[in-house]
Design a protein around this ligand. Structure first.
Ligand code: ATP
Length: 364
């Protein structure tokens, strides 16, 4: 399966609208499961549609293997049907008058694949997606989730080298969504298809992807493994977009006791790393204890008061207050403390994400 390479891709829908995608460089390797992640309007769908050939580039180029599939400068454009990619969108359309088997078979018939091979491939994907039992039913006799599986099966049956999925699980309830994620992972492992998956759901991206491209306002913010994105966010946008409850941000210069304290604590430890603009601490990396002696040596610490305690089913979100400033910690141990009690909040140095004034990560 060929790699997909986007070079300096630009997209404007009209001369006077802001760019939907700018300066995008992306290398999608063979067999990768790449998630394009970002808020609504950040350019994810536009990017996917350009890879598919459903949207032209304004500038830059897309190369698939050794073929330039779109390059305005070279007046080169290869249509979607010749790119060997399968697409499943949020709204998938099954043929209502065809059985599930015929729906799954549809692309293979179109490609005039011989009958024996068609049967073999359809049976294989139907088994993989657990829809064999619906073979003779019609789409209207299936649930939304089952229909979505048929849409995927139809795509997989033609064995596309690349599968492009735009929020394909968005119509499903929470449980089905989870099941389908597991299913997609299995499909990816079994068929070794390159998958590009658009989502605005960070958990979806974290659980599925081998690499995540985080986008905002048409530009790539960070490309990395789910762990990279979570543990070493390249900038404030990525740090704040990924993680729930969201990362605590202390603004240096905000004048609050906690913000000042963390700045004081950090300054001698930063050396020549540059000027701090803000510090992020993920809620699960923020701990608290009643006795200062229990704070690990070398950790940042500060006195705080317990505010609210919010049970979330198996874990708790704890509100910690310092002079009216609130930060959140999470814990999986049932809290024995109550609101109003005084504690020491603490965090290990490695748990502090330090950003400069331009909101980019200050590298260690
Ligand atoms: P969502 O998650 O809401 O689908 P997205 O991240 O996929 O958002 P895009 O759909 O790629 O974002 O849109 C990027 C930008 O381009 C937005 O500002 C959007 O309004 C604009 N846009 C998208 N499609 C068109 C179009 N056909 N004509 C004009 N502008 C468009």
């Amino acid at each position: 399966m060929p790699d997909i390479i986007l070079r300096n891709v630009q997209k404007s829908y009209s001369a006077n609208s802001p760019k939907a995608v700018s300066d995008l460089d992306l290398h999608i390797g063979n067999g990768e499961f790449m998630c394009l992640l970002g808020p609504s309007g950040c350019g994810k769908t536009t990017t996917l549609r350009m890879i598919a050939g459903l949207e032209n580039l304004s500038d830059g180029e897309i190369v698939v293997g050794d073929k330039v599939v779109d390059s305005p400068a070279r007046a080169q454009f290869i249509g979607p049907e010749k790119r060997g990619m399968g697409l499943v969108f949020q709204s998938y359309a099954l043929w209502p008058h065809l059985t599930i088997e015929r729906n799954t078979d549809f692309g293979l018939r179109l490609r005039k694949v011989p009958k024996a091979e068609r049967e073999e491939r359809v049976t294989k994907v139907m088994k993989a997606l657990d829809i064999e039992k619906y073979r003779t039913r019609y789409p209207s006799q299936l649930s939304g989730g089952q229909q979505q599986r048929v849409a995927l099966a139809r795509m997989l049956a033609v064995n596309p080298g690349v599968l492009l999925l735009d929020e394909p699980l968005s119509n499903l309830d929470a449980r089905l969504r989870l099941e389908m994620r597991a299913e997609l992972k299995r499909i990816h492992a079994e068929f070794r298809t390159t998958i590009v998956f658009v989502t605005h759901d960070q958990w979806e991206a974290m659980t599925l992807a081998t690499s995540i491209a985080v986008m905002n306002e048409g530009t790539l913010q960070q490309l990395g493994t789910p762990n990279d994105i979570y543990d070493r966010p390249a900038n404030r946008f990525v740090a704040e977009f990924v993680g729930s409850p969201p990362i605590n941000i202390l603004e240096i210069g905000a004048g609050h006791a906690l913000d000042l304290a963390v700045n004081e604590w950090l300054r001698p430890r930063l050396g020549t790393r540059g000027e701090v603009g803000s510090v992020g601490i993920r809620p699960e990396a923020l701990s608290f204890t009643t006795s200062e002696a229990a704070v690990p040596s070398g950790s940042f610490r500060h006195r705080a008061e317990i505010g609210g305690i919010l049970p979330t089913g198996g874990s708790w979100i704890i509100e910690l207050k310092v002079d009216g400033r609130i930060v959140f910690a999470t814990t999986t141990e049932a809290p024995t403390l109550r609101g109003g009690e005084t504690v020491w909040l603490h965090a290990r140095p490695t748990a502090l994400h330090v950003f400069d004034k331009a909101r980019n990560r200050l590298e260690e």
